[in-house]
Design a protein around this ligand. Structure first.
Ligand code: RRO
Length: 309
């Protein structure tokens, strides 16, 4: 029987498949529902210091089968309501808060508070593709120094996962900067900055205009970015988990990411139409490993890297 257990910071997860931030995780009720699945962990929708109403609709549209564009606008209740409402320690699965701020100080406050509320690790959203208002316009993870500043400010309170944008020339460089600043893991990729247009209405499809592309179309981009991160970390002799995501919709896709160097994965967009898919993906990974005769994930993880020496 294949052993799917993985370690993430101080957490031991029963398998390497997590619910990605932003999908089926924005209310306490849906999070409790997703805790009934076979996921290794659940990641929450991004939490900011103050609540945000989100952008006007439409906020998410399927533009071709399995491929979505979204601009939700970081809707969330804000830190205090989040801490009062959301179960962080009472579910049978680990719940990992995803945090978003405008400055390292914002991120630090968020990290300190969720650590005090029982979070064992957080994911830092350094990569929302359509920032507005207080944001400078550059995503934090487009600047290795800015990303490192956030990691340094937060990682003194608890272990942190740095979630990166694919929209950079050298994502390996950003990942190495985050790791050297103290990140416990790297997750990639967030959605790709995108635009789609309704020709009949002669307007952008989304209420916000711009959005982020996710789902099937971005899987090959995610795979390449995960491979680049894995290689860059290896070259520096840094051994931290890479959490791959982007377009995973079945067990084969999980295997693809693991072969490219990921230790774990996150699944998001494909669950929009079918939350039950998470269980099928977990059991499918087990079946694939059993069929191949693999006993543990490290038996095949990173195998594709050798093709790119
Ligand atoms: O809420 C959003 O619009 C959003 C976020 Br925070 C993110 O990180 N990625 C995305 O595609 N949408």
């Amino acid at each position: 029987m294949a052993n799917l257990k993985v370690t993430l910071g101080d957490l031991s997860l029963k398998n390497p498949i997590m619910l990605a931030s932003g999908i089926l995780d924005s209310t306490p009720g849906i999070l409790k529902r997703m805790a009934q699945t076979d996921a290794g962990a659940l990641i929450t929708k991004s939490i900011s210091l103050k609540g945000r109403p989100g952008y006007p609709g439409p906020t998410a549209v399927e533009i071709s089968p399995g491929t979505w564009i979204n601009a939700m606008g970081l809707p969330n209740p804000g830190l205090q309501d989040f801490l009062e409402e959301f179960p962080l320690t009472t579910l049978k699965l680990p719940v990992i808060p995803n945090l978003v701020g405008d400055t390292p100080k914002d991120f630090e406050t968020l990290a300190r508070e969720v650590a005090m509320a029982g979070a064992k690790i957080v994911e830092l959203n350094l990569s929302c593709p359509h920032p507005k208002a207080n944001y400078s316009g550059n995503l934090t993870s487009q600047d290795p120094k800015a990303a490192a500043d956030v990691i340094e400010a937060t990682s003194k309170h608890l272990p942190v996962i740095a979630k990166l944008t694919p929209n950079v020339t050298d994502i390996g460089n950003v990942a190495v900067a985050c790791a050297k600043a103290g990140a416990t893991a790297i997750s990639a990729i967030n959605t790709l900055p995108a635009l789609d247009v309704d020709p009949e209405l002669e307007r952008p499809i989304l209420g916000n205009g711009f959005g982020g592309l996710s789902g099937a179309a971005i899987r090959p981009i995610g795979l390449r970015k995960v491979l680049e991160i894995s290689k860059a970390l290896n070259n520096e002799g840094i051994s931290i988990p890479v959490i791959g995501m982007g377009g995973i919709s079945d067990a084969d896709d999980v295997v693809r990411y693991l072969l490219c160097g990921a230790s774990m994965v996150q699944v998001g967009t494909c669950l929009t139409s079918n939350p039950e898919k998470l269980a099928t993906i977990c059991s499918g990974l087990c079946d694939w490993m059993n069929r191949k005769g693999y006993k543990k994930l490290s038996d095949f993880q990173g195998r594709i890297l050798d093709w790119f020496e």
